[in-house]
Design a protein around this ligand. Structure first.
Ligand SMILES: NC(=O)c1ccc[n+]([C@@H]2O[C@H](COP(=O)([O-])OP(=O)(O)OC[C@H]3O[C@@H](n4cnc5c(N)ncnc54)[C@H](OP(=O)(O)O)[C@@H]3O)[C@@H](O)[C@H]2O)c1
Length: 307
């Protein structure tokens, strides 16, 4: 099969499309014919060597994936051949013609492969963060980094829980933030004052998605209480300021959210935009665009046939 991989750490130029043996599912796994792969920040962190899942080189790339089940491992009873599923590649190697999945769910009927491929990690991470902050009806939540994949998901999931959301993003993404249900503020100098102009008494809780070193500001906005702040991206800041760093491996994951998202999508309360698609052959260009930032929702690689 064709697979995207890197044999050394570095920029997008280390990615190559090579031939590799077709994988086959072990117990609990299914193999899918990949149709679309959603890109995540972890893809460029792994490729550049700033994050490690204990993988050895050469290493594939891509977690979020959607496709059609074409082989089933021992003990798998929740799917049959031909099912449309979305989920997470077991070996972070979804950008290929075939991928092996343990974590998966049926694609909601109203979604195509491209839209489904952007969802799993964003849904899981956003749901975990909101659960850890106990976000519920009537609360006011501040999200730092509300327009990317996780931020867009967290904003809409919090709104669906009945929370008020104030979200920070760049100037270019302010109107987008409003369309997904957040009251927008621009990040950078003066951000706290802009949040307080909307919420003079501060917020109940804050979720840091961007990880740009503003945890002290978020703590102050949340009444001076570090326990009312969760960060998904600022590991050092969490240690320095007594904030919880949310980690799906240690804390337990929230992939169950993939099974219930269809209802929110079909009632018009959830939408994760796909800003642009790329053929697998253009994976270097896709990584470059994702790493450069400013994306609303997700970028998606299109791998196989009909969508
Ligand atoms: N802990 C976990 O379990 C976990 C799981 C998955 C991912 N993550 C991490 O979560 C982070 C976000 O992932 P993602 O896929 O949502 O990324 P993304 O799609 O690239 O989104 C990044 C967000 O941060 C904002 N941003 C960029 N620069 C900023 C700045 N200087 N100040 C404030 N906001 C800024 C962006 O806004 P604009 O585009 O408007 O600039 C955007 O809303 C990544 O670091 C990723 O590694 C953590």
């Amino acid at each position: 099969m064709k697979v995207a991989q890197f044999a050394q750490y570095g920029g997008p130029e280390v990615l190559d499309i090579v031939e590799a043996p077709d994988p086959h599912p072990g117990p609990g796994q299914v193999r899918i014919q990949v149709r679309a792969v959603g890109l995540n920040a972890s893809d460029w962190k792994l490729r550049s060597g700033t994050l490690s899942f204990g993988a050895t080189l050469p290493q594939g790339t891509g977690s979020d994936v959607a496709g059609i089940v074409d082989e089933i491992g021992e003990g798998v009873e929740d799917v049959v051949l031909g099912d449309r599923v979305f989920g997470v590649s077991d070996d972070h190697a979804a950008a290929a013609e075939f991928a092996l999945l343990t974590l998966r769910a049926p694609i909601p009927a109203s979604l195509g492969f491209i839209d489904a491929a952007g969802l799993p990690v964003a849904l899981e991470t956003a749901t975990r963060g909101l659960d850890q902050l106990a976000v519920t009806h009537g609360m006011t939540l501040f999200i730092n980094g509300a327009t990317g994949g996780i931020g867009s998901a967290a904003t809409q999931l919090a709104r669906a829980r009945g929370a008020r959301v104030i979200g920070a993003a760049s100037a270019a993404n302010q109107s987008y933030l409003a369309t997904i249900g957040a009251e927008p503020v621009i990040y950078g100098d003066g951000m706290s004052e802009r949040v307080r102009a909307l919420a003079p008494d501060g917020v109940d809780v804050a979720l840091d998605v961007a990880g740009n070193g503003v945890l002290p500001e978020l703590i102050a906005l949340a009444g001076g209480a570090p326990q009312r702040v969760v960060t998904l991206a600022d590991f050092q800041g969490a240690e320095d300021h007594g904030v919880h760093f949310s980690n799906g491996f240690k804390d337990g994951n929230a992939f169950h959210a993939m099974h219930s998202i269809g209802e929110l999508i079909e009632s018009g309360r959830f939408w994760l935009p796909v800003e642009k698609t790329y053929p697998l052959a253009d994976i270097r260009e896709a990584h470059h665009a994702g790493e450069h930032g400013g994306i609303r929702g997700r970028l998606v690689l299109v791998v196989g046939g009909a969508l």
